[in-house]
Design a protein around this ligand. Structure first.
Ligand code: COA
Length: 394
């Protein structure tokens, strides 16, 4: 995953209100300066509208809002650059600095225009879970979990973020697995909402929350250990329905699944060294076992992204389906499997995994310790920083 699991991300309302608090200047100062284009009243109105937004506009836009607010109220950035490990403040500083010498009046107008466009783009209803079917659905914030036809389906449900896994989602998946382990279902299926299966660890996990880097790494390591253990010890057959591209921990964990069905559109990418990190999900053991050390190294060390067909050749994927018939074919098959005797299936899964189980727990411990060290390294800090800097420049 490379999860540096920190605190759950604050709601967008909270983030914006903090942003405004941090960035606020005495209102008297604003009222005495005439603004070209936007009046003082319009600027104040835009500020108020910002805190009413329901949908998170994304980090890139949030940084832009922050930078324009600072420029509008304080002028060009003249403070010194925060250190490399101070991710959040460094990204904010970069965004403000990037505005160069544009005038305060121009920044105010751009701020009003940006908030106006965000408010205008708000959909009538923003409740992500409202689309969930009633009845057999358990409510989670980041997942859709349904039980039907003897199958419990855990659908990662942050399509706008390519189903990147936040701290909250890690905890919800652990809870959903506990639920699936004890409910009446025969199979447990993972899939993703939207066009991605999952983009791996949400890189914001590295920058949100309180506490020093060491403490964040410690918390992240404990959550990762628990998360992977939930898969290793899961008692029923686990199936991945890989509906699109998969990145990071969503790929490495596939070695712990019993069936992996992939759309031909799916790709599999574990860019750990690119991010200054190291493998998790027991992949340092399962990948070489499945595909041989040389092929495993291409993926885990050298960031090679493979297609669904290649992943099938590497034995990471069970079968690849054409995109046009993927959902129909896979679900027809799974519904038939889910009619098989449940105890026989569960015991067989446990038997097959029993020989390796202790080894997998040990591998998980080793991987987690290695990652804990990686997360406090300069290499990792620089890689995460450059991801957010690239986003801010877009
Ligand atoms: N963590 C945090 N945010 C992520 C994310 C991740 N792992 N993956 C995607 N997102 C966010 C993007 O920042 C973007 O947010 P924005 O709308 O606020 O800008 C949104 O999801 C859509 O992603 P985008 O990059 O615009 O889509 P894309 O199709 O061009 O690229 C990815 C998709 C997944 C290839 C690209 O986002 C990416 O490389 N993400 C990082 C993946 C990664 O390194 N994961 C960790 C592995 S250890």
């Amino acid at each position: 995953m490379a999860s540096l699991a920190l605190r759950c991300s604050a709601s967008w309302r909270l983030v914006t209100s903090r942003l405004l608090r941090v960035s606020s200047v005495p209102s008297g100062k604003l009222h005495t300066s005439a603004m070209k284009g936007a009046t003082v009243q319009q600027f104040e109105t835009a500020k108020n509208k910002l805190s009413t937004l329901q949908n998170d506009p994304g980090n890139r836009v949030k940084l832009q809002i922050y930078a324009l607010f600072k420029q509008a109220t304080q002028g060009p950035c003249t403070t010194s650059s925060p250190g490399m490990l101070d991710f959040v403040n460094r990204a904010k500083w970069d965004a403000w600095k990037a505005l160069g010498s544009i005038s305060q009046e121009e920044a105010r107008q751009q701020y009003c225009d940006l908030i106006g466009s965000l408010v205008g783009a708000e959909p009538p209803s923003t409740d992500a879970v409202a689309a969930q079917p009633a009845g057999s659905t358990t409510m989670y914030k980041t997942l859709l979990v349904t039980t039907e036809d003897n199958i419990t389906t855990i659908k990662m449900n942050r399509p706008a973020k390519k189903n990147a896994i936040t701290t909250e989602m890690y905890n919800e998946i652990i809870a959903a697995l506990e639920q699936a382990a004890t409910d009446d279902s025969v199979l447990t299926v993972f899939t993703g909402a939207g066009d991605f299966y999952c983009s791996g660890n949400d890189l914001n996990n590295f920058v949100l929350g309180d506490g020093g880097v060491e403490e964040k790494a410690r918390q992240g390591a404990e959550l990762l250990r628990k998360y992977v253990r939930a898969y290793i010890g899961f008692p029923k057959p686990l199936v991945a329905v890989v509906n699109g591209p998969a990145v990071g921990i969503s790929v490495t964990l596939l070695g712990l699944f019993d069936l992996v069905y992939a759309s031909e559109r799916a790709t599999f990418h574990t860019p750990f060294s690119q991010l200054g990190q190291s493998p998790e999900g027991c992949s340092s053991y399962t990948f070489p076992s499945l595909m041989g050390p040389a092929k495993a190294s291409e993926m885990l060390l050298f960031n090679k992204k493979v297609t669904a067909a290649q992943a099938c050749e590497l034995r990471l994927v069970t079968e690849v389906f054409p995109e046009s018939s993927f959902q129909t074919e896979v679900w027809t098959r799974l519904k038939a499997y889910a009619k098989l005797p449940p105890n026989s299936l569960a015991l067989s899964r446990q038997l097959i995994r029993s020989v390796e189980k202790q080894r997998l727990y040990d591998v998980n411990d080793l991987e987690v310790e290695c990652l804990r060290g990686r997360w406090v390294s300069d290499e990792c800090a620089a890689a995460i920083m450059s991801f957010f800097q690239a986003k801010a420049k877009l």
